[in-house]
Design a protein around this ligand. Structure first.
Ligand code: C5P
Length: 309
């Protein structure tokens, strides 16, 4: 019985805030961010056939995805080469075929490609009987992409350095999320490069450490969650937002529309170009969606209703 098939969903994320705290020797930026899983998801069916060789990806819902550049392919390649190195030098990678239904918008900062790649790693880890330790899998994940390690955990996590130092914190699940994605996306490396040309904003590590401790508590309900999250609104910034706005000014337009619709907090996620707003419930986010869906300035944007997981 050489063929196995696995179905898995791959949720998106938002960055509740994102600070850049200098650069690392490899040129990557040292991040300090809270990532939050949301229930906007891609779906993958992964078929592994050990009687054959090769790789194929079939992508549904999007025509602009190059299979060779897709992070699922990179995840397979990295997993198999590490497996060969660590476990069995005679190992030959099996035929792997992935049906990918894309719902998460690309170049949005919502981590779609990274989440798909993490789903592939999770499936391969299961298929091969958990060959890698948590630490080894994290190392493989960050080599696939900076956001991939987070998706091995999901939920609510403080992520540091490139994104591989991860600390799960108390879940902020059940908040309503409204997302607006401008037609234009933002390229992550271009966004970081543009940010590097601006003056660095100071990063008060102690203030953030205290803030994370204030978030890592049991919440009474969603109102309490939002209150604690917004208590330090001066810390809720995304350092990549200003450079992204220079490339895609619609980011500001969406923020204004969401604020006018009653959002207490909205921010760009990751390196953009999607903007999210948080609400106490999915119902409140849906009401805000009703208010903004016919705003002429947003006619080119895609709007999504979601919820924190
Ligand atoms: O690892 P990933 O492919 O997601 O990163 C895309 C690009 O974003 C990198 O090539 C790098 O230019 C930039 N990046 C960075 N610092 C990070 C994460 C990403 O400079 N922590």
């Amino acid at each position: 019985m050489p063929t196995d098939s696995y179905e898995i969903t791959a949720n998106a994320k938002i960055n509740l805030f994102l600070r850049v705290n200098g650069t690392l020797p490899n040129g990557y930026h040292r991040l300090y961010t809270v990532m939050q899983e949301i229930d906007c998801a891609d779906k993958l069916t992964i078929t592994i056939d050990s009687s054959r060789r090769g790789f194929k990806i079939n992508c549904f819902g999007r025509s602009d995805i190059d299979p060779e550049k897709n992070l699922c392919k990179k995840a397979c390649d990295r997993f198999f080469s590490n497996y060969k190195k660590l476990k069995d030098e005679n190992f030959v990678a099996p035929y792997t075929e992935i049906d990918l239904i894309k719902n998460i918008p690309s170049e949005s900062g919502m981590g779609g490609g990274s989440s798909d790649a993490a789903a592939v790693l999770v499936v391969l880890q299961e298929h091969f009987g958990q060959p890698f330790s948590e630490e080894d899998l994290l190392r493989i994940a960050v080599n696939v992409g900076a956001d991939v390690p987070f998706f091995l955990y999901g939920g609510t996590c403080l992520c540091e350095r490139v994104g591989e130092v991860i600390r799960p914190i108390e879940s902020l699940s059940g908040l309503g999320v409204l997302i607006g994605k401008p037609k234009a996306g933002v390229s992550t490396p271009e966004c970081f490069a543009l940010m590097d040309r601006e003056e660095n904003k100071p990063f008060d590590e102690k203030a953030y450490t205290d803030y994370i401790e204030s978030l890592n508590v049991l919440y009474r309900n969603s109102a309490d969650m939002l209150e604690k999250l917004l208590a330090k609104s001066e810390l809720l910034v995304n350092d990549l937002e200003a450079p992204a706005v220079k490339m895609v000014p619609e980011i500001e337009t969406i923020k204004r529309a969401f604020t006018n619709a009653g959002a207490e907090y909205c921010c760009m996620t990751g390196s953009g170009s999607a903007v999210f707003a948080l609400f106490e419930s999915r119902g409140e986010a849906a009401a805000a969606l009703e208010q903004v869906k016919d705003v002429p300035a947003l006619s080119d944007c895609s709007l999504y209703l979601s919820e924190t997981v």
